[in-house]
Design a protein around this ligand. Sequence first.
Ligand code: ADP
Ligand code: MG
Length: 318
Amino acid sequence: LPLSEKALIRRTRQRAGRAPGVLGIGDDCASVRIPPGHEALVTTDFSLEDVHFRRRLQPAASIGHRCLLRGLSDIAAMGGEPLAVFLSLALPGTLPQSWGDEFLYGLLKLAGDFGITLAGGDTAKSPGKILADIVVLGSVPRGKAILRSSARPGDRIFVTGTLGGAATTLRMLLEDRKKKGPAAELRSYFYPIPRIEVGHILRKKGVASSMIDISDGLSTDLAHICEESGVGAEINADAIPRARYGKLRKEVDLRLALHGGEDYELLFTSSAKTRVPAQIANVPITEIGRIVRGRGIGLTLNNKITRLVPQGWEHFRN
Ligand code: ADP
Ligand code: MG
């Protein structure tokens, strides 16, 4: 990496942009104004080379985009609005400068699309691989965040968009020796759009009783809602909106729709009497099951009910 830390920060500062109410890069701390009547939402996410991404499979801009996406998706899942992002970046000394530039381009493009600025961070040389850690600061009207812990028996369960697309595309990329991949799917895998607008509308209209983003996989993330809310769930395999891929628009494997991570859709519950639109901000909303008393998740498949064991992504699992 030919640039020094100082030069890198200067470059980052030039590109970071500005947002109203934010004093960003250049001082000891950033200063971010929280809108009146709101409280802060804070989320942090690691993006580690060969854990969360592989350099050879993805353009650097996509890695930067997805790095920020993970934080924005968490803000969306609370029904909040993002205010600023912070980036701690450790890069190996052998990395071409162009990689760093493209990574930052991808991250800043997404930040700009959502009206937020890169307001600070830290820069270091990594002895090995690329490590990027982001903090996203957001806000939500006081006491109004949508939690994982407020699902109640009788609530219906919904997901936004389609599931299994990211895991299917990743599988194809890993198997594709020429590394060309399926063009149509690549864009949505490389540059997914965080569901900020949907999350915001769900909160404002009082539709969602609980919510989480699907980053680790439906089975694992639904289990989080169930555990935090002290409830069980029943879902219908046929109702799960599976992503389609390839020329034939084939549906992805059910297992990948159930357990594949990284789709960054929203999973939410809604009380039985609440009307839930079929589409919000042009994103389809699909009912997949309901919350029940007790523990565990039942999956109805071919008229049989089986127990759905969470098999999504989990670190430290052998
Ligand atoms: P300090 O020694 O006070 O931590 P630094 O020299 O590390 O300050 O950083 C100077 C400024 O540059 C700070 O505002 C910091 O937030 C910002 N900064 C450093 N690295 C990054 C980065 N990777 N992305 C965005 N801002 C950064
Ligand atoms: Mg520093």
